[in-house]
Design a protein around this ligand. Structure first.
Ligand SMILES: Cc1cc2nc3c(=O)[nH]c(=O)nc-3n(C[C@H](O)[C@H](O)[C@H](O)COP(=O)(O)OP(=O)(O)OC[C@H]3O[C@@H](n4cnc5c(N)ncnc54)[C@H](O)[C@@H]3O)c2cc1C
Ligand code: FES
Length: 256
């Protein structure tokens, strides 16, 4: 699939480290799907869609810093939507998001509300200022917040909030965020017999995005995050590298 050149129409500063880039193209997509974003002359990187016509980006390195320098009117390349996205099931669901990982969960919450599915969102961030899309979650259902420094909501991790809930109330769990957080969600889901009902959006090094280069495969199944994922259910991730290690751009293992 070729990249399409699109124009940035608007840039919204969401948090001190995160901006949403609105584009002049609207994509027909499933929340959880991503696009490969070509920042001309720099790199092509995966980004979840946070709206049909937008990506929400945290500045972490070269490509994202270059993106942050662009202005409304500038162009980027977009390839996608790619990957599978979240499968919505049941009448009552729990969303567990951390940091910029909440970006694909906000449109999922909106889609669920439109389908009359009851949504409880648990959103964590380092501080109040780093919380993303709180209003979108509030409009879609019930929300609980945790911040590391206690500047808003529960003081501590979102996992401590999850552990206080009766998970049997929910028919699905959807999680995106730091892998340490997601692997603890998987453990809790496992202990309550909800492994298959829990879905996780994985972060792996994505190069081709179409399943041919092998850079994003998960040990030992060989499932490709770019094409078989990025969303997997807990059963697919049991006894895998998930929560233990991932590979960098050159294939070296990095402990999680
Ligand atoms: C399916 C998917 C969806 C994502 N959605 C979002 C999102 O909505 N918002 C957001 O801010 N970030 C998202 N990311 C992470 C984003 O792709 C990285 O932050 C970005 O690639 C960093 O590039 P960089 O050059 O600025 O940083 P670098 O300094 O090059 O890298 C910093 C870190 O980013 C990761 N990274 C770098 N290049 C890639 C790559 N090609 N593929 C995967 N990871 C990479 C690595 O873990 C690396 O250690 C997503 C990643 C994946 C796999
Ligand atoms: S990124 Fe190439 S196979 Fe997944």
């Amino acid at each position: 699939m070729m990249a399409t050149n699109v124009r940035i129409t608007d840039i919204v500063e969401e948090t001190p480290s995160t901006k949403t880039f609105f584009l002049d193209a609207s994509l027909d997509y499933i929340p959880g799907q991503y696009v490969m974003v070509w920042i001309h002359g720099v790199d092509e990187i995966p980004m979840s869609l946070s709206y049909p016509n937008a990506i929400t980006v945290q500045k972490v390195g070269d490509a994202t810093s270059a993106l942050f320098k662009l202005k409304a009117g500038d162009r980027i390349g977009v390839r996608g939507p790619l990957g599978n996205g979240f499968v919505l099931k049941g009448k009552s669901i729990l969303l567990v998001g951390g940091g910029v990982g909440t970006a694909p969960l906000a449109p999922l919450a909106e889609k669920a509300k439109n389908k009359n599915i009851s949504v409880k969102a648990l959103i964590g961030a380092k501080t109040d200022r780093e919380l993303l899309f709180v209003e979108r979650f509030e409009k879609s259902g019930d929300i609980s917040i945790a911040t590391d420094d206690g500047s808003r909501g529960y003081k501590g991790t979102i996992i401590e909030v999850v552990s206080k809930l009766d998970l049997q109330e929910f028919e699905g769990i959807y999680s995106c965020g730091p892998e340490r957080m997601m692997s603890q969600v998987l453990n809790i889901a496992k202990n309550t017999g909800m492994t298959r009902m829990a879905q996780f959006s994985l972060h792996r090094y994505i190069k081709c995005g179409i399943g041919v280069c092998g850079s994003c495969c998960i040990d030992p199944s060989g499932l490709r995050v770019c094409r078989d994922g990025p969303v997997f259910n807990g059963e697919q991730l049991m006894d895998s590298e998930f929560g233990k290690y991932m590979r960098d751009g050159s294939g070296r293992r990095i402990l999680i």
